[in-house]
Design a protein. Structure first.
Length: 185
């Protein structure tokens, strides 16, 4: 995992998901050449239409016109948290199956609340945090793409925090990049 210095808080409800997959790739047995998924937290659905005149033809307009846009996303389970909603989006299944049931869990060794992805046996690159995707029990879109291409696909996730980045990339992701709450002594 790679950490980027900075600080950003994102809320937990999801209002828009943009996913781009080529129509041609859907009609053939070949895996898609490019999959872009953008999850925007707390974005009102009408903002995409309202701000569309400011979008470039090869940017968000292309994603909106050629991709798939979900408005008013509702999850079929209570207590939607940031981690459980991201895991649900990328695995296509519920927390009972993918294992991410909350944002935090109790670490009985230290007797403190830690991230659901906390793993004392793992240390990422350029970070002092100890996170791993091992709590994720189901395959993500990226994991399935890796399997379909025999590992030839590259899977990268960029997000404002570790949970979103790791759960977006899945267990087989090549890199998880997020903003770090780094404080220098």
């Amino acid at each position: 995992m790679l950490r980027i210095k900075g600080n950003l808080q994102w809320l937990t409800s999801l209002l828009a998901v943009l996913t781009v997959t080529g129509v041609r790739a859907q009609q053939t047995t070949e895996p898609p050449k490019l999959v872009i998924s953008i999850v925007v937290d707390q974005l009102r659905g009408d903002y995409l239409q309202y701000f569309s005149p400011t979008f470039g033809e090869k940017g968000f307009k292309r994603l909106i016109n050629e991709g798939l846009t979900y408005h008013r996303v509702n999850f079929g389970f209570p207590n939607v948290g940031q981690a459980s909603s991201i895991a649900t989006i990328y695995t296509g299944t519920y927390p009972y199956f993918h294992g991410i049931v909350a944002d935090k869990k109790m670490d009985f060794e230290s007797l403190r609340e830690v991230s659901i992805l906390f793993d004392n046996a793992y240390l990422g690159n350029y970070t002092a945090d100890r996170f791993s995707p091992l709590a994720l029990l189901s395959a993500t879109v990226g994991d399935e793409l890796k399997v379909e291409t025999g590992g030839a696909s590259n899977v990268y996730a960029i997000a404002p925090n570790a949970e979103e980045a790791i759960l977006s990339a899945g267990r087989c992701g090549d890199a998880d990049i997020w903003l770090d709450n780094y404080k220098e002594n």
